[in-house]
Design a protein around this ligand. Structure first.
Ligand code: COI
Length: 361
């Protein structure tokens, strides 16, 4: 649905980071943000692009107490010809519709979400950085704002989009990351919200992620919440393993996030001659494959992380080195292939990219 979007431009535009500037992930925000309000009487209304800044919230708001918040993450890329494009934004919009519905936030259909994303990126496109490997990270989010304390359903909400010019998500860049398999906490269970992008999944992950970081690991690899046996995903990415020539990835059981980079990697790998096997894969199987020398490569896929090689997996007190802690050829080719399409360096034979209209003169 096309909403009218009112525009209030900032009177104090910030200086944009120049070429070669450090763009730590999620630290720099652009000049504006998009907001839409919801209440029972008016439905979703008053879509507006306003100067970026703090928002006033009632302390009773549902989001603060009961975590009613859904979000997405996608990127806009600058092509060598100077124009900008999005990567599969329809997929993010569809997933966000599902996350919003799962939390019983006021329904917003995927077409409207897509329209808001595209409109805001078109408006803020001067902020898309130009160097390969950098992009404009787009964070749509939606949250409950009801004021009475208690569980009464959500009658008031906001939908917002903020954007950040970013470089690498991991400080390691494309160097292999060190991941620990979590044995105590779980991230999600089937029937919960693990297959949606909601803040609670990440809050539940905080303790283990913190301990992992303190112990020198980049992130945690989650096991399923029921058997504590099957590999699900890493904090910010899905995972893939190459064992004995075959690429395997945990299947989408209902507690794993259906990653858009995961889906794209599966399609891209097919063009490389790998039919990805989506199935249950246990931590024991991976450890066994390291021990018998059949685990050739492991990597993660995610919007923020892109494609990230895993160099060390830690499980039950032991560090298992993968591919001599180096990026493997399949991971490298997949990285080159997906990033080539995203940054407009190679032809998009899949029809995944969506151009951002040039700014009106
Ligand atoms: C993304 O990949 O876009 C995410 O939302 C993951 C987040 C932890 C940065």
């Amino acid at each position: 649905m096309k909403m009218d979007i009112r525009i209030e431009r900032t009177q104090a535009p910030k200086e944009k980071p120049g070429k070669g500037a450090d763009l730590p992930f999620g630290h720099i925000f652009t000049d504006h943000m998009l907001m839409v309000d919801y209440d029972k009487e008016n439905g979703w209304h008053d879509a507006r692009i306003v100067p970026f800044g703090p928002i006033l919230m009632h302390p009773g708001s549902t989001i603060f107490h009961y975590g009613a918040g859904a979000f997405e993450g996608l990127k806009a890329y600058r092509k060598p010809d100077g124009s900008c494009q999005l990567f599969r934004p329809q997929e993010n919009a569809k997933r966000m519709e599902k996350s919003i519905d799962r939390l019983c936030l006021p329904h917003m259909d995927a077409d409207t979400i897509l329209y808001l994303i595209e409109s805001f990126v078109e408006f803020e496109q001067d902020w898309v950085p130009s160097e390969f490997g950098t992009s404009l990270y787009i964070r749509p989010f939606c949250f409950g704002c009801d004021e009475p304390i208690g569980l009464h359903g959500i009658q008031k909400a906001k939908f917002m989009i903020i954007t950040c010019p970013v470089g690498n998500y991991y400080k390691e860049g494309l160097k292999p990351v060190k991941i620990t398999i979590e044995e105590k906490d779980v991230r999600a269970v089937i029937g919960g919200t693990g297959d949606c992008k909601v803040g609670g999944n990440y809050a539940a992950s905080n303790r283990a992620e913190h301990e992992a970081e303190v112990n020198g690991f980049t992130q945690v690899l989650w096991l399923d919440g029921v058997h504590r046996k099957y590999i699900e995903e890493v904090g910010s990415m899905n995972v893939m393993f190459k064992i004995n020539g075959e690429v395997i990835t945990p299947k989408l059981t209902g507690s794993v996030l259906p990653g858009i980079t995961r889906k794209s990697a599966i399609a891209y790998l097919e063009t490389m001659g790998y039919k990805v096997n989506e199935r249950l894969v246990s931590a024991e199987e991976i450890v066994e494959a390291v021990k018998n020398g059949t685990l050739e490569e492991a990597w993660g896929t995610g919007t923020a992380a892109v494609v990230s090689p895993i160099g060390v997996l830690h499980y039950e007190g032991v560090d298992y080195k993968i591919n001599n802690n180096e990026i493997g050829p399949v991971c490298q080719e997949l990285y080159n292939g997906l990033t080539g399409i995203q940054w407009g360096r190679t032809e998009d034979k899949f029809g995944w990219t969506v151009p951002v209209p040039a700014p009106a003169k």
